[in-house]
Ligand binder design. Sequence first.
Ligand code: ZN
Length: 428
Amino acid sequence: MGTLSELMAFLDASPSCFHAIQNLTDRLSAQGYTALEEGRSWDLIPGGKYYVTRNQSALIAFRLPEGRPTGFMLSASHSDRPCFKVKEKPELESGCLRLAVERYGGMLMAPWLDRPLSVAGRVLVRTEEGIRSRLVNLDRDLCMIPNVAIHMNRKANEGYAYNPAVDLIPLVGSLESKGEFDRLLAEAAGCAREDILGSDLFLYNRDRAKVWGAKEEYLSAQALDDLQCAWATMEGFLNARPGKSVPVCCVFDNEEVGSNTMQGADSTFLRDTLQRICHGLGMDYRSSLAGSFLVSADNAHAVHPNHPEYADQNHRPVMNGGIVIKFNANQRYTTDGVSAAIFRTACERAGVPTQTFCNRADLAGGSTLGNISSSQVSIHTVDVGLPQLAMHSCYETAGVKDALYLEKAMGELFAMSLIPGQWGVTIE
Ligand code: ZN
């Protein structure tokens, strides 16, 4: 079983989607999983353990049973978070040096101000062997987005509309530091400045994951949405006992910007991978899907202690209260009676509590991975998440117990196999 301190170490070591995927694939490699490449043929053998990545920011891991599989038991989470992406020409001169950035995803803006920030991501480097991608983390207090003093903006506490092109540009140094950002980047990538041909770089909050509260019941960190689920589903996947289905653990990128990218849940990545598994094992793709099940694991809103009125009266998840099953009549969450029943069975078997979430009937709420990946691979899906506060802040808060609940439940679910019938489903 993974532990809370392992989760915290994973969160601290994952300042970008690329780092998250690197850490997860390192974990898989250490457990004897073989890396497959989409550009090569796959030689799959029963009992084999594999993973494949796309764009270094999404991954699918799977393990083949010894016998003929009955279907796929899947999880999906996401590697990305709302944050700021560094623009191509990053240095802005205006009496000092600022870093040109733009928003990625739907963030809460205010938490980004007045705290040390740094930059992490990947750079593409020209080498003698060709273009190579290198992960970089500048890993130091590098820049800051300073607030305007109350004396200059007397209305700051009356609801302020941040303009990202004006208010949210980080200060990175004095004019004497011109060129320094590129130099730091090249140093981190171990190359000459002129050999950097491309980059995908993001700002991140320098605060580390912390456990706090009168009885240490809370965990705060960046990107709990959705690295908490990515970690817990992966641990559940690794620890599940062998079953008759193929356990598949997916982590997609770009959920925060709609998922319709090459490596998002709305891409062909999952379908391509499942079809290649079927081809390799002589399974029929379509009939395999009938006995398959997907847990879309993306964090959920706990009832806010200061604003309980935003929560539906009968559906108020609390932190440390267990895994949240999400429902929406208009299927922005995929959960229905069947998928809720299957997931509740897994949680019961694991001895893990569940809670339910519905939006207030007059609030729209968000959507997530489940209904998007269903359009590519149509299987029974349940939308679940771990209850948290301050979703899409750069420092979010959750309970210390819930990720461990999800890990246990997924350990049970990945070992199950489903035999679909006309009037229900038999679970083995
Ligand atoms: Zn999410």
